[in-house]
Design a protein around this ligand. Structure first.
Ligand code: SF4
Ligand code: SF4
Ligand code: SF4
Length: 322
């Protein structure tokens, strides 16, 4: 089959976040013993920041406009320890409430560490490569047992390209299996650099139609499709992940377009179909953000099976979940 044809993108690369000078990363979670982000038992590093705004996003903590610290009024006993321990004065008490001034918060996490009632929860923190490596060394026995490793996810790991590349390089030097879970919305040169230091890409494919893609995730998809073609040409393991979102990309035409596109890639990767679920609703509520797609329910098992069948019809190896 001929390679997929992708029209030229009018999209300007200038809007993608540029490489930072600092080799530290801003992360919102490091999940140990993860089993859905690549082979074996893994440690998944969730990067803050993402240039997309998917209607169904399950990780709202990636947003950069959130404070570093979340305050739970129900747990607070008003002791003021957090305010006294803050090195910058960012943690303040006003009218009985604890607030964080993001303009001078260093995200050091000290206020949350000293809180006696866990009323403060850390939503993000800076991490250095050495600290990351120390965590991974602790998890090495799990990796060795099940063929696992480290997965860089998010948010979007390419939103912090300098840290991502430095972390991939350092993890490779220690012999850790490396996976990158990406939306694919990044500069091709960065993707190529990462591909030389990565064993596996988990590449999200949401919609083939550019206009509807833009409406659903906020950006044009032509750069993403181009990057997927280019990764399929490289010697790196690749799994395409399709989130199955009712009313967004679960129509027969959308599945046919996705199936045909993947089948015409230079190399035919396996596909993970990820059914929509509402497990993130609680996170949105605790972050005081509007719950997305309030009227959308998770697809029933029959609908998921049917979607998998439609994709398999293009000769693809399709797995539900992943
Ligand atoms: S994270 Fe650090 S700088 Fe920010 S409010 Fe807490 S103690 Fe202050
Ligand atoms: S340290 Fe915790 S309990 Fe004490 S005032 Fe701060 S948030 Fe409330
Ligand atoms: S690409 Fe992922 S992290 Fe970014 S908005 Fe979409 S679902 Fe959320």
């Amino acid at each position: 089959m001929p390679a997929p044809q992708i029209p030229d993108s009018p999209y300007s690369l200038g809007t993608i976040r540029r490489a930072e000078s600092s080799p530290t990363g801003l992360v919102f979670n490091i999940m140990r013993c993860a089993i859905h982000d690549g082979p074996g038992i893994r440690t998944t590093v969730f990067f803050k920041g993402c240039p997309l705004t998917c209607l169904w996003c399950h990780n709202p903590e990636h947003r950069l406009d959130l404070p570093a610290i979340l305050w739970d009024a129900g747990r607070c006993i008003g002791c003021g320890t957090c305010v006294a321990s803050c090195p910058t004065g960012a943690c303040r008490r006003k009218e009985g409430e604890i607030g964080i001034d993001p303009s001078c918060c260093r995200r050091c996490g000290r206020c949350a560490e000293v809180c006696p009632t866990e009323a403060l929860e850390r939503l993000s923190r800076r991490i250095e490569i050495e600290e990351l490596l120390a965590i991974l060394e602790r998890d090495r026995p799990f990796f060795e047992e099940g063929g696992g490793g480290v997965t860089f996810s998010g948010g979007e790991p390419f939103a912090q390209p300098a840290f991502l590349l430095a972390a991939l390089d350092a993890c490779g030097a220690r012999g850790f299996h490396r996976a990158v879970d990406t939306s694919g919305y990044t500069e091709p040169a960065l993707l190529a650099a990462a591909a030389g230091m990565t064993e596996l890409f988990l590449f999200d494919l949401k919609l083939i139609d550019p206009a509807r893609h833009r409406r659903a995730v906020g950006v044009d998809n032509r750069l993403i499709l181009r990057n997927l073609v280019s990764l399929a040409e490289k010697q790196v393991d690749l799994i395409v992940r399709i989130p199955l979102i009712p009313g967004v990309n679960d129509g027969a035409d959308d599945l046919a377009a996705a199936g045909a596109f993947i089948a015409r890639l230079p190399r035919r990767p396996p596909v993970d179909l990820l059914p929509y679920h509402r497990a993130a609703d609680g996170k949105y509520r605790s972050l005081k953000l509007p719950v997305p797609l309030p009227n959308t329910e998770a697809p029933c098992p029959e609908a998921v099976e049917e979607a998998a069948r439609r994709l398999s019809a293009y000769g693809l190896e399709v797995r539900i979940g992943g």
